[in-house]
Design a protein around this ligand. Structure first.
Ligand code: C5P
Length: 314
C-alpha cells in the first residue's frame, strides 16, 4: 500500500537522512541504436554538490500485511511535472526492492527536491539510488552492491551510476559503470533555462538527425581517456577540447533555448561548456571557485534561468 501525504517533518531516532547529488555528463556519445529501443552510450559522468535530501524511517509490518510506504515531497519548483504518487521513482525503487528481497517492512519517506527536473541532471535517478541504498541498510536486506546495481538498472539507465557515488565512465544503456578513482573536483556553473526536455523525446529527435560520419573511429575512446587522465592529474585547462555531448544537437532541435544558452556561454571564458545529458540544463567548467562565481554573476544578470554555482564531488 502506498500512502501519499503532506510532509510533516518529525524527529525520530530511526530516521535516516541521505543526500542525493545531481550529475553532469562531461562527455556523452551515442554509439548505436539498439533493438530494445535504447541507445548504446559511452559517457563520462561526475556527481555534483547540488543535492536532493531524502529522509527514511522504517515502519513495521501491519500483522500479515507488508508495512505501508508513506511518501511525501517538497520541491522548489512546481510539483506538476514530478509524480508525487506511487509512480515516483523513489516509491517504485522501494516497492521493487521489497518485492524482490521478500522484506515486508514499510517506510515513511520524505523527499526534499532541489535538483531541477527534466534537466539532464539525474535528480530522479539519484533519489531512487539513495532510496535503494538507505532501504538496503535500514530494512536489513544487506544485498551486495552488484545485486543492488542490477535492480537499479531496471529502474533507469542512470540509477546504477548514482549507487557508485563518484566519477565514472558509463556504457551500455548507461548501466555499466566503471568508476574513475582519484579525480580532482571541478568548479562549475549550471544554468537551467525555463524549458524542460523529456529524455525519450531527445533520443527520438537524435534518431531523425543525419548521422555524423566525419569523426575518427577512435574519437570517443580518445576523449574518454584524455578526460579521465586530465581529471586524475588535475590538468584541467584543456578539458574543453575533450568534452562533447551528442544529444545537444537533438535537444537544440526541440528547444531554441539550447542554442541561445550555448551562445551566451560561448561569450564567456569557460574551460568548456555543453548540455548535460538530454538537457535542458547547460553547464560550464571553470578554473576555480572564484572564476565560477564571476561567470555565474554574468549569467544571472542576463536572466536566462536558474543559475547554480557548484563543485563536482570526486
Ligand atoms: O532509462 P531511462 O528510463 O532513464 O530512459 C528514459 C528514455 O530515454 C528511454 O525510454 C529511452 O527512450 C531513452 N534512452 C535511450 N537510450 C539510453 C537511455 C535512455 O534511448 N541509453
Amino acid at each position: 500500500m502506498v500512502v501519499v501525504r503532506r510532509m510533516n517533518l518529525r524527529q525520530n531516532e530511526s530516521k535516516r537522512i541521505v543526500h542525493a547529488p545531481a550529475k553532469l555528463n562531461l562527455f556523452l556519445d551515442v554509439l548505436d541504436r539498439r533493438d530494445d529501443g535504447y541507445h548504446e552510450l559511452a559517457t563520462l559522468i561526475v556527481p555534483v554538490r547540488l543535492y536532493d535530501s531524502l529522509s527514511f524511517e522504517p515502519l513495521s509490518a501491519d500483522n500479515d500485511q507488508p508495512g505501508s510506504i508513506e511518501f511525501s515531497m517538497r520541491t522548489c519548483e512546481s510539483v506538476d511535472r514530478i509524480p508525487t504518487d506511487s509512480s515516483n521513482l523513489v516509491v517504485r525503487a522501494l516497492e521493487l526492492l521489497r518485492g524482490r528481497s521478500g522484506c515486508n517492512l514499510g517506510a515513511r519517506v520524505e523527499l526534499f527536491k532541489r535538483i531541477p527536473s527534466a534537466a539532464g541532471l539525474g535528480g530522479g535517478s539519484s533519489d531512487a539510488a539513495a532510496a535503494l541504498r538507505v532501504a538496503n541498510r535500514a530494512w536489513r536486506i544487506d544485498w551486495r552492491p552488484e545485486k543492488l546495481a542490477s535492480l537499479a538498472a531496471e529502474l533507469g539507465s542512470d540509477v546504477p551510476f548514482f549507487l557508485e557515488q563518484g566519477t565514472a565512465i558509463c556504457r551500455g544503456r548507461g548501466e555499466r559503470v566503471q568508476p574513475i578513482a582519484g579525480t580532482v573536483p571541478l568548479d562549475v556553473v549550471i544554468l537551467k533555462p525555463p524549458t524542460s526536455l523529456a529524455t525519450a523525446d531527445v533520443y527520438h529527435a537524435l534518431d531523425r538527425l543525419p548521422v555524423e560520419s566525419h569523426r575518427p573511429a577512435d574519437h570517443t575512446e580518445r576523449c574518454l581517456a584524455s578526460l579521465s587522465s586530465a581529471l586524475r592529474r588535475g590538468t584541467i585547462n584543456d578539458l574543453g577540447r575533450w568534452m562533447g555531448n551528442r544529444l545537444q544537437a537533438a535537444a537544440a532541435v526541440l528547444s531554441t533555448w539550447i542554442g541561445r544558452v550555448q551562445s551566451e556561454f560561448a561569450e564567456l571564458d569557460f574551460l568548456g561548456h555543453q548540455l548535460s545529458g538530454s538537457g535542458s540544463a547547460y553547464f560550464g567548467v571553470c578554473r576555480h571557485a572564484q572564476h565560477a562565481r564571476r561567470l555565474a554573476a554574468v549569467l544571472e544578470s542576463r536572466q536566462l534561468g536558474l543559475v547554480y554555482v557548484t563543485r563536482s564531488c570526486c
